[in-house]
Design a protein around this ligand. Sequence first.
Ligand SMILES: Cc1ncc(COP(=O)(O)O)c(C=O)c1O
Length: 419
Amino acid sequence: MHDFIFKNNRLLCENVSVEEIARKVGTPVFVYSRKALLDHYRKLEQTFAEIEPLICFSMKSNSNLSLCRLLVQEGAGLDIVSGGELYRAKKIKAPAQKIVYASVGKTPEEIEAGIKAGILFFNVESLPELEMINDVAGRLRKKQRVAVRINPDVEAHTHHYITTAKKQNKFGIDLKTTENIFLNLRRRFKNLDICCIHVHIGSQIERVAPFIQAVKKAVKLIERLNAHGANITHLNIGGGLGIIYKKEQPQTAQEYARAVIPLVKNRGLKLILEPGRFIVGNAGILATKVVYVKDTAVKRFIIVDAAMNDLMRPALYGAYHEIVPAIKRKKMTFRTADVVGPICESGDFLAKDRRLPAFLKQNDVIAVMSAGAYGFSMSSNYNSRRRAAEVLVSGSRFRIIRKRESYSDLVKNEVIGNE
Ligand SMILES: Cc1ncc(COP(=O)(O)O)c(C=O)c1O
């Protein structure tokens, strides 16, 4: 997190004090570094430069319009998973021919919207979906490109909730059925150009070995199918690159590229990547304020104004996020504490049994680090809590890129009747 560093004991995002942002904008607030976001994207772009892949930022990790627009302006495509994300992509004028669309449950309406927008690929996850896209494309008198998302039955060695390529997972199509699609069923789908294999094995993957295993399987499959006249021109290897939350030592972009490039180079395939977490995870933090410090007979609880509805990862996966005070002191002693939110669930915690500065008290601002990916995008209104504000820092300036929700936002779609 090179763009979040302490200077004179103050946590800065680029050149702006996180404490200052928290005081001016209020808390909880997500704070992103423009520089970090773009640096991470460029790192991938540079390491893969010799094969010029299409890098589609995975919008589910963070779908904020301003952040996605920065990446699109930099040349990124988008990986989307819903009609809502397509709407967002259109809103920022993302080139449709750089959009790929995954999800096991695309509805006919969403498919129609994608075809009409002219997206590059639907990443198809079942036979019924293939039928549906073919039907909708036929009705619209369009020919649509599709990728078959394979389930290669590879162990990604990550949290089981974010493992996506085991036989037991709902994602993708098994290799035998994929062969059948390309070699036999293809002719039935007159409105489809089935010309890509897609494989995404999971998220927060720290070792290159599972990626290599999956890419090798995919390339072998493509060569076998092309030898039988399949004409597969694209390979999409998804996202999944792990980042440092604690003391992980994930593969670097260079190591990843060095492992992948030789497997796909000179095979006449256009490579597509779908990174999310790698680009935005460490480009953002969540700043929150201490509401109370509660000492019990067995524990200290630091109760803050952010909660599991703002950052769900600790509650959902037991995920670790580093927590630091926005202002440090020269001499600090530490106490073990849980950092918890105000929500009525024991699962509502941001950190458990953490060594934190003993001085933390009411109104102090703390930062939950590495919260840029699957932070705001997973947030909800649970307990009728307003979703947080988002701020983008660029050098010495910052601006609000999403206003904090108001109480009237919370109820704006509700209709009170006379029953
Ligand atoms: C199909 C697909 N592509 C890309 C991603 C992005 O993964 P990550 O954020 O780990 O790079 C995901 C995440 O779930 C995904 O399901």
